[in-house]
Write a protein that binds this ligand. Sequence first.
Ligand code: KIV
Length: 290
Amino acid sequence: MSTTFTLDSATSRANPTPAPMKRLTVPAILARKTGPEPVTEPVVMLTAYTARMAQLLDPHCDMLLVGDSLGQVIYGLPSTIPVSLEMMCAHGAAVVRGSWHSVVVIDMPFGSYEASPEQAFASAARILKETGAAAVKLEGGAAMAETVAFLVARGIPVVGHVGLTPQAINTLGSYAARGRSDAEAERIVRDATSVADAGAFALVIEGVVEPIAARITREVACPTIGIGASAQCDGQVLVIDDMLGMFERTARFVKRYEDLAVKIGAAAEAYAGEVRARAFPTSAETYAPK
Ligand code: KIV
């Protein structure tokens, strides 16, 4: 079903037609695995960073993630480390404005939550207040369990993120898949169960070998959402620009559903050619006097 948008000039809000479904809730996502009538259909999540992209993705997704991957994808930064709370709040608010159906989850940026549960609460509360999103996501395992429990007990739904945790790039040394040794595999499973037991309502598992994802998915109560973590998870997430083919190089786990970089390059080349040849604009694109 395709959705079109009508601009409400009073509010500058683009209203979708047909009218969208009611927004999904955090309990509804959790209940897909733990409810009295569990749903076997996988949870669909994509990243979004702008209002327009949120409008396009929202009808097809259960959850939209405003990932701190926006550091690289939108801002051209070398990693997610420099991403700020201000960036996450600005993009998070845009994605909430552009969506009506999906649960919007916002990444807590590096340095905004690790020091203490109190620091995490202040940052998460600011994110929810300034964006209108339903939940935050934070990276880390057993070391973050106390913080997850602290936030959940105070009304802040949390998505965990274990396995390859990009904010730890300086400790990990690379973005390679994790869990190839028995010791590391055990640690990742322990991280996942700690965060889930602390009250996370969903768990992103990134870049792990398949048996780890399968074991975590069996052992935790909440839905697992994989990225480079096999089809064994309860759902999947991809970075939108990766799956649209906006970059020349992508990780092995990414499937490109489009080749937008090539299409954008071709469109820009055609435009440049027409401008230089004075073939654009024509009378069709020109205002005539009355
Ligand atoms: O920042 C992000 O986009 C993420 C996904 C890779 C899960 O955390």
